[in-house]
Write a protein of this length. Structure first.
Length: 184
């Protein structure tokens, strides 16, 4: 039975350890991940925040929600959120679930066997429909980063990286060393 966004928010707030997502109108608990998966997400979030002004951005790992539609809300493994959006959320919905319907500069999914298919289908398409500036799909098992960059006409160009330094197009002052990330 489909649930409303209000029911989803109530469940997510009442059971934060459940890491609830709304998938096609149904509640779904985001599964636990391996130490490698979590280490890569944590390290990437740390490296991003190190290079971004805390007065301008907050980098979150596996905590904030992004709203795709009334029936789909997910928790990306890493998200870069402009501080203006965070402050507006704190002001306008101080007791509400931290959900961002606005496009973000960068969202990242780290591939895992349990969620990989959803990341490539549901989440990637949803992030693109939202208009997120850049979407990264990291597959550490293959040492691959698939970066989808939003073009001015709204389409996305895919760039594949197998190591080296990567600079997110929406965050040009940031440089991420993929070799360091993959060698954790």
């Amino acid at each position: 039975m489909p649930v409303s966004e209000e029911t989803f928010e109530r469940v997510a707030l009442e059971d934060p350890d459940g890491k609830w997502e709304l998938h096609c109108g149904r509640l779904r608990s985001k599964p636990g991940m391996t130490a490698k998966h979590n280490s890569i997400g944590d390290r990437l979030a740390f490296r991003l925040q190190q290079q971004l002004a805390v007065e301008a951005y907050r980098v979150t790992g596996d905590r904030a929600y992004v709203r795709m539609s009334a029936t789909r809300t997910y928790i990306p493994d890493v998200a870069v959120i402009p501080l203006s959006l965070v402050q507006r959320m704190e002001r306008e919905q101080p007791t509400g679930l931290e959900v961002y319907p606005e496009p973000l500069p960068l969202v990242v999914e780290v591939w895992s066997p349990s969620t990989g298919d959803n990341d490539l289908t549901d989440k990637l398409l949803g992030y693109q429909q939202r208009g997120d500036a850049e979407i990264w799909l990291l597959r550490h098992q293959e040492r691959t980063l698939r970066a989808f960059v939003r073009e001015p006409d709204g389409t996305y160009t895919e760039h594949i990286h197998h190591g080296g330094i990567v600079r997110p197009h929406a965050l040009p002052t940031v440089a991420i060393d993929l070799d360091e990330l993959f060698n954790l």
